[in-house]
Design a protein. Structure first.
Length: 313
């Protein structure tokens, strides 16, 4: 059946109809996901020591215990040298109040502070059309250490045995919630994009699996591949995205989700001002006041693509 459908989809008239149906289905699905995401999931800025440590715990669950990319740690927290100049976002599952996933942006402020891609994968950038060194260090970041706990990764239809493979407890999670979990990655990317813009960072680099980049592209979030895939905890390639590229490629069906996420990220940054902070947190979130955080917001006009204020494009 599939070869026949594929053959029909290549016919001029029928093919166009197939494409329209496919596009409509994708838009409808994205709209439903946006609704479900807001109902069950909450973006959180890690703006206190306790919430940052929650990100380290998720990373240990995924990178150390599940994937064995990193050695096990006694304190059950996976950390590295880049955390000292990184900012973090989490996604919380509202009904259980458990953190489902995390992501960080590595945000250097000097030539001595490298991005992970510069230190470990520099060969993949040798002939790149875009390179971190082309920009001011304070205006670049690397999206990294994205992790989603296994129990939030599988739909009920997936047939895997055992908790290690991420089977969902059907008595714990509803069908509506399960529809949301595959889009945790999108929520994490949009959350960290909002955090980057609100902390005045416009250029993002990331090492990711090409299949993940293809999936994100299908959903309308398009990264520019900068070089060939290399072996780095599996096959990964370097990618780049600017704030302008994100907003020009983001589907209209995701604008309401982006607006909601951006509002929650703004609140998280403003909360950072009210907490007692040590030198580490002061370095990550300096001078955040109601005025300057709001000035760096993402603007989402109704029925239009998202646009940044002119100063950020």
């Amino acid at each position: 059946m599939r070869p026949i459908m594929r053959s029909l989809s290549k016919q001029p008239i029928i093919g166009n109809a197939f494409k329209l149906v496919k596009a409509f289905s994708a838009m409808r699905e994205a709209g439903l996901i946006s609704k479900h995401f807001a109902q069950f999931l909450e973006p959180v800025v890690a703006n206190q020591t306790e919430s940052i440590e929650e990100a380290f715990k998720i990373r240990h669950d995924v990178y150390c215990e599940e994937l064995h990319f990193e050695p096990m740690r006694e304190d059950k927290m996976e950390t590295d040298e880049f955390d000292s100049y990184s900012r973090f976002c989490l996604i919380k599952h509202k009904p259980s109040q458990n953190y489902a996933g995390c992501v960080r942006i590595v945000t250097p402020s000097s030539d001595q502070e490298l991005l992970p891609i510069e230190k470990y994968c520099s060969q993949s950038l040798q002939s790149s059309p875009v390179h971190p060194r082309e920009f001011d260090r304070s205006n670049i970041c690397e999206i990294s250490r994205l992790a989603v706990r296994p129990q939030f990764r599988r739909r009920r239809a997936d047939k895997f045995e055992g908790a290690a493979s991420g089977v969902i407890n059907e008595q714990t999670y509803s069908e509506a919630e399960l529809r949301c979990f595959p889009f945790l990655t999108i929520g994490l990317y949009l959350s960290i994009a909002s955090l980057a813009v609100r902390t005045n960072v416009d250029h993002a680099f990331v090492m990711m699996e090409p299949r993940l980049a293809r999936s994100m592209s299908f959903l309308g979030i398009k990264f520019q591949q900068l070089g060939p895939a290399v072996e780095y905890h599996g096959l990964r390639a370097p990618y780049y995205m600017s704030s302008e590229m994100l907003l020009n490629s983001l589907p209209k069906s995701f604008t309401s989700l982006m607006k909601s996420i951006d509002g929650q990220i703004e609140n998280g940054l403003l909360e950072a001002c009210s907490y007692p902070r040590d030198d580490y947190l002061n370095r990550l979130y300096p001078n955040h006041t109601q005025e300057n955080v709001s000035q760096k917001r993402i603007i989402v006009p109704n029925k239009e693509l998202i646009r940044f204020p002119a100063k950020f494009t």
